[in-house]
Structures are given as structure tokens and as C-alpha cells.
Design a protein around this ligand. Structure first.
Ligand SMILES: [Fe+2]
Length: 149
């Protein structure tokens, strides 16, 4: 597996871990929810935005990767909408837990498709030099977004 995918997978593991913890929280512990949700946003938002700026654009240009890349981008878009709803909703609302459970499924599905399908297509569509450029841009963009979050 190439170094760029290893980097993305590490982020995915981190995000899945926080989502697992969040799902365990109860409406009686809104502070804990706030804390974990902040951690989730700080991990997930820079990761998704950096994928959108560094990884997805070169894939959109390759005929064999375009359709899956477009689906990935749409999944990011839906994730962002739900993330905004989760942010606005009071953490002691009993609907919050249900929304987090659905959000967790959405993100897990997206990660599974990325790692299972998109990585394989990308590996064939992009050459090592392109991966080097993508990797560097991903890291730089992620840092920048993290600082401005
Ligand atoms: Fe993604």
C-alpha cells in the first residue's frame, strides 16, 4: 500500500474511533458530547477538505476514476450537512444520539468505499509522481485548514 493511502487510513482509524466513543454517550452527559464532537470536527473537517482539494480533483480528470470520485465528493457534502446539524442541535436533545448513529453509518460507509474501491482505482489511474504531489498538497492543506478551523 502506498504511503499516501497509509496516511489517509490512519486518519480514518482516528475518526472511526471518535465516532465509536460518541455513539456511547448519553444525553445526560452533554459536556462529554461537546468535547468529543469538537475532537471529531477537528479531525474530520481538515481531512475531508484536504481530500477534496488534493486527492479528488486529479481523480476527476481520469475517466476511469471520475464516477467514483464524484460519489465520494457527494458523500463528503452530505457528511458536512449532517455535521452542521449536529453542531447546531443541543447535545442533550434526545434526537442527537440518533443523528450521531446515522452519521456514523454514513462516514463508515464512505470510508469503506474509499478504502475498498477508490484506492484501487486511484492506484491504477495515478502514477507515483502524481501521488507524491497529491500527498504533499494533502498534508499542507490539512494543516492550513486545521489552523483556520
Ligand atoms: Fe473521504
Amino acid at each position: 500500500m502506498n504511503a499516501f493511502f497509509q496516511m489517509l487510513k490512519k486518519d480514518h482509524v482516528e475518526v472511526k474511533g471518535i465516532l465509536g466513543q460518541l455513539k456511547q454517550t448519553k444525553e445526560s452527559a452533554p459536556k462529554k458530547r461537546e468535547e468529543l464532537f469538537k475532537k471529531l470536527r477537528e479531525e474530520l473537517v481538515p481531512h475531508m477538505k484536504a481530500e477534496e482539494s488534493a486527492f479528488y480533483p486529479p481523480l476527476l480528470e481520469k475517466k476511469e476514476a471520475r464516477e467514483d470520485a464524484m460519489e465520494g465528493i457527494e458523500e463528503h457534502h452530505v457528511s458536512e450537512l449532517v455535521l452542521k446539524e449536529l453542531e447546531k442541535m443541543p447535545k442533550d436533545d434526545d434526537k442527537w444520539g440518533a443523528k450521531v448513529a446515522v452519521f456514523k453509518e454514513l462516514v463508515e460507509h464512505h470510508i469503506k468505499e474509499e478504502e475498498g474501491t477508490l484506492f484501487k482505482i486511484a492506484e491504477k489511474a495515478l502514477d507515483p509522481d502524481e501521488f507524491k504531489t497529491i500527498s504533499k498538497k494533502f498534508e499542507q492543506d490539512k494543516e492550513k485548514i486545521k489552523k483556520n478551523l
